[in-house]
Design a protein around this ligand. Structure first.
Ligand code: PEP
Length: 302
């Protein structure tokens, strides 16, 4: 898939840029994505006001931050919001006609059934979602989600046309014990095992499509919500490792796969991170709750 980038289920189509394993030619770039994870924040009125401000801010930027508005398909940024479940229909409505897409923060691997409190991939898609977070560290921590369960969620999302964002990352203890790469390897390999892009199925997919079917977010747990951010060099080292890992886990070159960094991203540190060859965008928690900060991160990610 190297060099083809990804058309994917909804948009994209860019070729890889710089960086490591399986990358495309010099000068080409991968699809950039800035995603806001609202977690369990915001009520309806605040979400509506937020969407209005986001739309105003993006329009004031003359659409230049948005992928489809650019004459160069490799330019611009795909913006995605992950509201909590009850807010999704209203946010989808409020953002209709914009280029901002919406996703679910979690999903159940089954399509339907007796799973009180859970939400399925078909329900997310029916509500207008095009994305799904899989394996966010807060789900791993609060709900004991295993890599195997996350793999089933990821496969369910992909089956129903949602682009999964697989979240991986080490804890502070794991980093200090020198286990970072072993943790990333395990989370990545197991998480992608059932994905259509994994070895075997990959041959049935157009090469570029396989790249766009998954996004991976490197989110060191010690950086999430703590105000501590990975240095650009630390993020690049992990992203380079992950890109190589995706290549060996899925059997396809990973040069077209968008890799996001997450962990206390702010307008102040985003530019240094996005300058790294394997950092293709951000998954933003706290700073995404302020439309001004979120817009500033989008602006410096294009
Ligand atoms: C997140 O929730 O994925 C996240 C990275 O949060 P924060 O930006 O607040 O660290």
């Amino acid at each position: 898939m190297s060099g083809e980038g990804g058309g994917g289920p909804h948009g994209g189509g860019e070729a890889p840029r710089g960086g490591s394993a399986g990358n495309g030619g010099p000068g080409a770039r991968r699809r950039r994505i800035v995603a806001g994870n609202w977690k369990m924040h915001l009520l309806g009125a605040a979400a509506a006001a937020y969407c209005a401000e986001l739309r105003r801010g993006l329009a004031a930027a003359d659409g230049s931050a948005l992928t489809p508005a650019s004459p160069d398909p490799g330019a611009g940024v795909q913006v995605v919001l992950f509201p909590s479940f009850p807010l999704i229909p209203a946010v989808v409505r409020d953002l209709a006609g914009s280029e901002v897409e919406v996703g679910g923060q979690d999903l159940h691997p089954a399509e339907r059934g007796a799973h009180t409190g859970d939400v399925s991939a078909p329900q997310l898609a029916d509500a207008g979602c095009r994305w799904a977070l899989c394996g966010h560290s807060e789900r791993r921590r609060d709900h004991g989600e295993s890599d195997e369960l996350i793999a089933r969620k990821l496969a369910a999302a992909a089956r129903h046309g949602l682009t999964p964002v697989l979240c991986v990352g080490e804890t502070r203890e794991q980093r200090e014990a020198g286990e970072t790469f072993a943790v990333l390897e395990r989370q990545l390999r197991t998480g992608l095992a059932s994905h259509p892009a994994a070895a075997g199925a990959a041959v049935a997919l157009a090469a570029g499509t396989a790249a766009a079917l998954v996004v991976v977010a490197y989110e060191p747990v010690w950086a999430i919500g703590t105000g501590l951010t990975a240095s650009p060099e630390t993020a690049q080292e992990a992203h380079d490792f992950l890109r190589r890992g995706i290549c060996s886990a899925t059997g396809v070159a990973a040069g077209g796969v968008t890799l996001l960094y997450g962990g206390s991203v702010t307008p102040a540190n985003a530019a240094g991170l996005i300058a790294q060859p394997d950092v293709d965008g951000f998954l933003v928690g706290g700073a995404s709750l302020d439309p001004g900060q979120f817009l500033a991160i989008i602006a410096c990610s294009g």
